[in-house]
Design a protein around this ligand. Structure first.
Ligand code: DAH
Length: 347
């Protein structure tokens, strides 16, 4: 077979080349276009071509080279396209874009942390309604009939009952109502915490809001004393804010506890030296507490001669302010993504 015929056959062969995958394609490239390939071999034979035929044969070899190159390129393109299509077919379940995960709200983070600490001390979770009656929010908690908290200026009323105040339906103004709910259905020992939302008729500012969150704690048993309360609260403060945190109990008044106290912790923002958050006192109030008033025990069906109890109520916002150094309460309920996303990496 002459060199020219050989080239003609190769041209035909090249026009019918096929490859199923990249590997087969690479084999074709090596066979036709590499240094040891068919076309390089032809160039060797080309040296022996008589001068008068050189021009024609040379053009044929060039044509073969170009066509081989084009064919291989076009096979490569179609393989890549098919590959892309088959990827789509295989990955039908794949999401088209990365899903942005939400983050827990800082109040939820802090609430969970508080629950965790008290759970380790043996407290169980309890729950009660946010739309509550006066009986549980005030009457059973030993509030006097004319207590200012019962006033429309302080509490949101849903339904009033002029003949029987205890039947008024209100938005609970503190989680202490859950104490009454639990005690009227359970005999001691009782050891509960109740996280929840509470409502007060307040103008919204950086420091006050018409709704916020509390965690109520209640422990009722025989021989419960104020020192048990103090020790539990010290442990809580140190777990929450660090081992060096100090607590201070100041005498106070609540209708449902006697004696009553408010607890301060050394200011976590300035380390106790004084700043605007602690009003330069080095101390920040975080909760109210006390020994459950015997009247409350009796009103809820518990023998106050046999049993004693302590209770405490803390504001989750207050603790969160301290923990994350947030000074404006409104941020918690404005749903500003920029604020919420700051807590993405906290779990
Ligand atoms: N209920 C109180 C409030 O909302 C907080 C409180 C104080 C709860 C003393 C208690 C307690 O259980 O013993 O301000």
């Amino acid at each position: 077979m002459s060199l020219k015929e050989n080239i003609q056959d190769l041209l035909k062969e090249v026009s019918q080349l096929k490859a199923e995958n990249e590997k087969e394609l690479e084999e074709l490239r090596i066979k036709y276009l590499s240094k040891k390939g068919v076309i390089t071999e032809l160039m060797k034979d080309f040296r022996n071509v008589p001068n008068e035929e050189k021009r024609e044969i040379g053009m044929c070899i060039n044509q073969l080279k170009t066509e081989a190159q084009n064919k291989i390129n076009s096979i490569r393109e179609s393989l890549q396209q098919n590959g892309a299509q088959s990827d789509t077919r295989l990955d039908l379940t794949r999401t088209a874009y990365p899903i942005a995960l939400g983050s827990r709200h800082p109040l939820t983070l802090v609430k969970n942390e508080i629950i965790d600490i008290f759970s380790r001390l043996g407290f169980c979770l309890a729950d009660g309604p946010e739309v509550e009656d006066d009986l549980h929010v005030f009457t059973k908690m030993n509030f006097a009939a004319d207590h200012p908290a019962r006033d429309m200026q302080d509490t949101f009323f849903i339904e009033t009952n002029p003949n029987e105040v205890a039947k008024n339906i209100i938005l609970r103004s503190h989680t202490s109502s859950v104490q009454a709910r639990v005690m009227e259905t359970t005999q001691p020992p009782i050891r509960i915490i109740c996280p929840g939302r509470v409502y007060r008729n307040e103008t919204i500012t950086a420091r006050a809001h018409c709704f916020f969150h509390q965690i109520e704690g209640l422990y009722v048993d025989e021989n419960v004393s104020f020192k048990d309360l103090k020790q539990v609260l010290l442990l809580f403060a140190q777990e929450m804010f660090g081992k060096d945190t100090k607590i201070r109990l100041r005498p106070s008044y609540f209708p449902f506890t006697e004696p009553s106290a408010e607890m301060d912790i050394s200011c976590d923002i300035c380390g106790g030296v004084g700043c605007s958050f602690c009003k330069n006192t080095g101390w920040v109030e975080i909760l109210g507490c006390g020994m459950v008033h015997p009247n409350v025990l009796e009103l809820c069906g518990i023998d106050s001669k046999k049993y004693k109890g302590y209770a405490f109520g803390l504001g989750i916002e207050r603790i969160t302010n301290l923990k994350y150094k947030i000074s404006d309460l409104r941020l918690f309920s404005e749903n500003d993504k920029r604020f919420l996303e700051e807590f993405t990496s906290v779990n």
